[in-house]
Design a protein around this ligand. Sequence first.
Ligand code: CA2
Length: 145
Amino acid sequence: MTRRILLVNGPNLNLLGSREPEVYGTATLADVEHLTAEAAAAAGFEVRVVQSNHEGVLIDAIHAAREDCAAIIINPGGLTHTSVSLRDALTGVALPFAEVHISDVYAREEFRHHSYLHDVAAVRVIGEGVDGYASAVRQLAALIP
Ligand code: CA2
């Protein structure tokens, strides 16, 4: 199996580090992609990254991962709470995936408490800041022979 992980960051995560540091910290998206790649390398994986503000772009990237990735790490942003289509893409490719949220969604507004991915994610990391991406790598890697 290919030793590659697809890292998907959804809408508005390109704003990381520029606004709302009290919620999301000061790390940028580039920092997140770098720390994820470092953690993956330590576990013997390379990483392909995608961030988009467009749901269809994310779905296309997930479909393409079926060809050459062993797992997916995804922070779907607000689509977590709204998107059946993203859930269908992830279950459709049948790769193990980790759902990551930088903030503790359960300590925030009630509309953030429901995730369309919660019951199909192999790993969930919530409220650990950007370090949660590295934790997701390690937990997913432990599931892959
Ligand atoms: O905590 C998370 O990682 C979230 O997935 C982030 C989403 C939010 O809709 C989810 O409920 C929880 C929002 C991403 C927006 O990121 C920003 C970062 C900096 C400034 C503004 C938005």
